[in-house]
Design a protein around this ligand. Sequence first.
Ligand code: FA5
Ligand code: MG
Length: 442
Amino acid sequence: YASRAYYSSDHKKNITIQGTAYETDPKWFNVPSAVADATSRQLHLQKDHPISITRQIIESSFPTPTFKYHRTFSPVVSTHQNFDSLGFPKDHVGRAKSDTYYINETTLLRTHTSAHQADTFRADESDGYLIAADVYRRDAIDASHYPVFHQMEGAMSWDRTKVPDGDVAKAVWKDVEKLPKHNIKVEDPQPAWNDKTNPIQDKHHSVAEVEAIGCHLKRSLEAMVVDLFTRAKSAALKANPDFVDEPLQMRWVEAYFPFTSPSWELEVYYAGDWLEVLGCGVVKQDLYINAGVPHKLGWAFGLGIDRLAMLLFKISDIRLFWSQDPRFLSQFTGVSDSPSSLSRFVPFSKYPPALRDVSFWLPKDREFHENDFMEVIRSIGGDAVEEVKLFDSFTHPKTGEQSRAYNVVYRSWDRTFTKEEANELHEQVRAQLIEKLGLRMR
Ligand code: FA5
Ligand code: MG
């Protein structure tokens, strides 16, 4: 593990990110140095990196000139861009310091590529756009969650003043005809909208328009996932002609986002479980109105590139993308220039894990946020923390005090931890939990 302190969010006056200095505010600043360092990695632009290859393959499902590509927007955005412009209420949990990395009160590391929706609707003349970028969230620690990951935002709009007879629904259905067909059965058991939980914006859109736009959106995204899986399968068949994959399974579920309605999420069955890969919906008309293009309407989506890269290459742990180990990176050489040379990732042998437990009483004088707990552990263990899992939680019947117990799995990519090293690491974790969060160890 990195001996350099991962968590040194102690107050500095300025922080420089991608060449620009930003003034920090000690009341808000909570960006650990390892997270700040990650802003320079740009894995989605690094040639032959699996995140970049996946980005490139997804882009090919949304071709130019219909779609315009953006890949270099700065990760530093305003609270207005990340939240207000999208209609997030003032008290939304996503705004909390426990969930988001702040530089100062109004400046943060974007938590999603949707932070650029309003600006891009205003600036782009094209019918559609794609934005690929690194995003930052304080979150749980496990194989599919990492505080830095990559998203692709996509949107497509139709202009009421430009479609024949002003009939948007008809124009969209014509475009649906042009989409690639697939014969994979997709589960979509819920109604496409629900007056209470997932309404049509009936002030702005007709039922026919929402039906057409929703269908164009879902078929476009399904085609993208089918394309990824087809490529993954031919890569596997190249290595082993007798290869039999588990069949691709997808399902749509109703969702909620403040900036789309109705909204849906797409899940893909992977390694015995449903994995959410994207959120999407019919763009709230206020976004177009505020961007000065009130006559447009359409869809938007935001997907997790890392999650799709895991599906494409069968990479089981999201931390691997940050590896600089040649055993990892060399497996993808040449694929950016020649995507058909894609081959399946061959896992290199893992070193044994070190398992430690931590159990404690929650402080009585302040709130306990699990993300703060996760962050303290990561601050000590860095990428050597593979998983942190709650295994016990109870309230003392007499005193009302609350107890929690977690398993922590430490594992290095490049060597075995000695018992002493694991103990020392875990001791530091416990000490920091006491100091930073006021926990009382049991
Ligand atoms: C959003 O971020 C919305 N901005 C998506 C959106 C865009 C909706 C446009 C509507 C219109 P969500 O928080 O669900 O939604 O994240 C989108 C995807 O990012 C998830 O489906 C998942 O694939 C990925 N993702 C989310 N959190 C993580 C994480 N911690 N690690 C890796 N991938 C993640
Ligand atoms: Mg989601």
